[in-house]
Design a protein around this ligand. Sequence first.
Ligand SMILES: Cc1cc2nc3c(=O)[nH]c(=O)nc-3n(C[C@H](O)[C@H](O)[C@H](O)COP(=O)(O)OP(=O)(O)OC[C@H]3O[C@@H](n4cnc5c(N)ncnc54)[C@H](O)[C@@H]3O)c2cc1C
Length: 459
Amino acid sequence: MSNSVVNYDGGITASPRELIYPETVEQIQAVLRDRTKYPSPVRAVGSYHSLTPCASSNGTMLNMSKMNRIVKLDTAKGLFTAQAGLQFIEASRALRKSEVQFMTNIEIGNMTLGSAACCQTKDALDGVELGQVNSYCTAMKWVTPSGELGEASEESNPELMRKMRASYGLAGVVYEVTFRVKPLEAIHLTYMPRPLEELTQKEVDDLMDTSEGLICWTINRTCVFQQRRKANEPHILGPLKAAARQGLWNFGEAYAGHLIHEFAKDRGIRDRLQNTLFDANLFLYHTLRVFGGITILAPDKTIDYSKTPQDARYAFTFWAFPRGQWLETLKGYVQFAEKYFHDTGFRCNMPLGAYHIHKDQKSLLSYTYDEECFSIDPIHAPTDVKAWHRFLGHFNDWASERNGIPLLNQSPLVTREQCERAYGGRWQEFSAFVREADPEGRMMNEFFGGLVSQRAAHA
Ligand SMILES: Cc1cc2nc3c(=O)[nH]c(=O)nc-3n(C[C@H](O)[C@H](O)[C@H](O)COP(=O)(O)OP(=O)(O)OC[C@H]3O[C@@H](n4cnc5c(N)ncnc54)[C@H](O)[C@@H]3O)c2cc1C
């Protein structure tokens, strides 16, 4: 009898024959060793908040939620060790009691630490040094595909760590991780709206060079640059502002976009309502600019998405582009999206995101391995999933032709050719690494089977 496992927004369903909730390392070993009782592929699943079926299996799924214990917090050394099933938000709350925080506090609090260690992530506001969470993972322990124990650390084996940070559960099930932490930090966020037509690459370059962290939200043809600046203490209203920011972005915008698409069936009315929503959004950013922005504690950026109602959940994709070509690419994207809207009636109902991420070679699949990037991230609260997927198919082709780099857990519907093109020789290296770690394909699901390179022979 198979089980049904549904991801965060109901967009992905898996039907594993065995769904196991391990509580000990020995249980994970027992699963991986018994191929008859626990059919392949064996996939670890965190909180299934990926935008792709990277965690899916019709064989065996290991839900890591019961392995969520904090192992050790060493504030003197700035190191935090926990089991892989612990969610980021829970870990963050625990750290806060000791006045420390993660180096990068990503938006989605439901990502598990196991996934954070071995998958791709992005954060532009805390990415002062490095924008990926796993770049700050200093040690990992895992069960190999054949059921043995493996471990690596930054000191003992940096090269293996570089590969494991990109392993996506294909080299084994991660059960314990150590991350760097630092004292709790306040950040100040400012907002600067600029008409797209007036922007120059030099202005964008200056913004990237002078901001501690930078995100750009594009609404129709206005770019709003959200910059992180140094702050000493958050004002007394800090937590309130953080809660309001979270409510607006993670509930209000997606919910309103959803509602408009659900109920305004007439295209003219729907477009007018959508434009009103975008205008309200811009008004808010202009107001924030006038009031000088907001100051919050960095971990307050992280949200608990399990509390967000289903009809206020959104989907997105993320493609990284070389920073020097970003403005040209953004202008090209706006034209592409406007033409697509004109031809098909589909457009994304939330602002377009763009994250500035620094160069980083800590992971084999770092999307900023060769150079800094500024991403382009269409965001949408879908009511018609097929229309969203059709758009993504066209967008992926468009992005790939412009040297874009996708993420395996956050860029839906990418193809092997697109990965090979984006990652070049590193895609061969990644493919060879996972084959060597798992020669019998115990962890290889349909999703990764369709992506790994057929050419890679040896690590
Ligand atoms: C609304 C929303 C907002 C988001 N915002 C951000 C954001 O700001 N920044 C960002 O970087 N990401 C963001 N994401 C994406 C999300 O963080 C990633 O997709 C993340 O990988 C999800 O974590 P998870 O624990 O749910 O992993 P899952 O989706 O369950 O699994 C992801 C992959 O990790 C593997 N895996 C999981 N646990 C283990 C383990 N213990 N051992 C080995 N392999 C394992 C799985 O097999 C799979 O391949 C967002 C997602 C949503 C839905």
